[in-house]
Write a protein that binds this ligand. Structure first.
Ligand SMILES: C[S@@+](CC[C@H](N)C(=O)[O-])C[C@H]1O[C@@H](n2cnc3c(N)ncnc32)[C@H](O)[C@@H]1O
Length: 276
């Protein structure tokens, strides 16, 4: 029997997708995480679910990179807090003065920290100020997380990013996380979030993803295939939804010439929120 993909290993798959088209993703470091096993998982996933998944992940990275860059240029943020950071390489793709908090499961954090330190040492990566935090969003660790983040944040204006994560956790855990975000942030700070709309559940491509996951992912008891409707974001009392777009919109912006079979695209939605 084929070895199953652990939830934290999905981060290798998304980084392999970003490495597939550096000109589009603008992630020139994603390739550092490539291994034969990673490429095999990424290939198997896109063959089974959608051949556009590498493209979609490149668009997503490009969108957040440009969004965060604009906020840095406008002097609106000094800190990026990446919840479920996986092997995202934003710290090395953004202005060197930005401070970073990277949060994920211990397996990811231990491996990423050690690899990044060695890449910085041998000159492969530039030096950046990164604080790493290991946690598990399935467990109520908000009090500890809040005090650790506040200690590093020291009132700096932040952008909280949560991409490729909500699908893996329950609605209750997601609500707890957004309550935590509210406690972390002050007025005029930002959240960038990614999720699938509920209506996608009816599509063939979503069903293919579920069937791939059922057969290939080592899920935990809390795994939930969570989809999120726009209302979830619109009903956050202390945040305004200031931008919202989906994979198919980003394709028009960044790759207008790309021929797409629309029904085969797993159309993810990206939301930018600003605290009131
Ligand atoms: C598909 S990857 C996305 C990684 C990264 N955000 C990106 O876009 O490349 C999902 C990430 O969420 C993390 N994750 C999933 N469930 C989690 C949980 N319960 N607690 C902490 N991290 C979790 C995984 O470890 C993994 O790094």
């Amino acid at each position: 029997m084929r070895e199953k993909i652990a939830i934290h290993e999905t981060a290798f798959v998304t980084s392999a997708f970003r490495a597939s088209n550096e000109a589009l993703s603008k992630d020139t470091y994603a390739k550092l995480w490539l291994t034969d096993k990673t490429e095999e998982h990424a290939q198997r996933y896109s063959n089974s679910v959608s051949k556009y998944e590498p493209f979609a992940h490149c668009l997503r990275n490009r969108f957040f990179l440009e969004t965060i860059n604009k906020l840095i240029a406008a002097d609106k943020i000094d800190l990026l807090i990446n919840f479920g950071c996986g092997f995202s390489m934003y710290p090395f793709l953004l202005n060197e003065n930005l401070l970073h908090i990277e949060i994920d499961k211990p397996d990811i954090i231990d491996y990423k920290k050690q690899k990044i330190e060695s890449f910085v040492k041998d000159g492969t990566l530039p030096n950046r100020e990164i604080h790493y935090i290991s946690t598990d969003f399935n467990h109520d660790k908000e009090i500890a997380l809040l005090s650790e983040i506040k200690r590093i944040k020291k009132g700096r204006p932040s952008f909280i990013l949560i991409e490729g994560v909500l699908f893996f956790i329950s609605r209750g855990d997601a609500k707890r996380l957004f309550t935590l975000f509210d406690k972390i942030q002050d007025a005029n700070e930002f959240i960038g979030s990614v999720s699938f709309r509920k209506s996608l559940e009816e599509t063939k491509v979503f069903k293919k993803m579920i069937s791939f996951i059922e057969g290939n992912l080592d899920k935990n008891e809390k795994f939930n295939y969570q989809t999120v409707d726009d209302m979830f974001y619109r009903s956050l009392e202390r945040y305004n939804l200031i931008n919202h777009c989906a994979t198919l919109d980003l394709a028009k912006t960044y790759a207008a010439d790309k021929a797409l079979v629309i029904d085969e695209v797993l159309n993810e939605h990206m939301y930018i929120l600003e605290k009131k």
